[in-house]
Design a protein around this ligand. Structure first.
Ligand code: HEC
Length: 105
């Protein structure tokens, strides 16, 4: 293959990579579905329950929520309760549920 052909091909590959990013966009519907179990403690609208020690999630940024979920999962942030909640979540589940939480007001 000569370079006159290789360059457009490389550009094509790069462009393909750029286009692939939106395919990983968060899935709010899937996040809402995952949130069903969370609602038991954090409430359907994310207000939490201060008396029981369940923090409010409504109003928190998706990036913050995702970061906390990953911290619970890795054990960097300790909470036996939350650790049990996140062990079954995949990376995309975390992004989806965090994005959904960010819609709660
Ligand atoms: C059995 C009750 C319970 C369930 C169910 C539950 N949580 Fe929690 N969650 C807690 C408690 C308790 C804490 C406080 C942990 C700590 O800091 O010690 C917490 C903390 C958090 C935090 C950190 C909040 C902050 O201000 O830093 C996030 C984010 C969170 N939960 C998200 C979720 C998500 C998402 C789900 C569902 C996948 C979920 N929780 C399910 C009890 C629960």
């Amino acid at each position: 293959m000569n370079s006159a052909k290789a360059i457009p091909m490389l550009l094509g590959l790069l462009w393909g990579a750029v286009l692939a990013v939106p395919a990983q966009a968060v899935d709010l519907a899937a996040g809402k579905d995952k949130y069903k179990v969370c609602a038991g403690c954090h409430g359907p609208t994310g207000l939490g329950n201060a008396a029981l020690g369940y923090p409010q999630l409504a109003g928190k940024e998706a990036s913050y929520v995702a970061e906390q979920l990953r911290a619970f999962k890795s054990g960097r942030r300790e909470s036996a309760t939350m650790q049990a909640m996140v062990t079954g979540l995949s990376e995309s589940d975390i992004d989806n549920v965090a994005a959904y939480v960010a819609t709660l007001r």
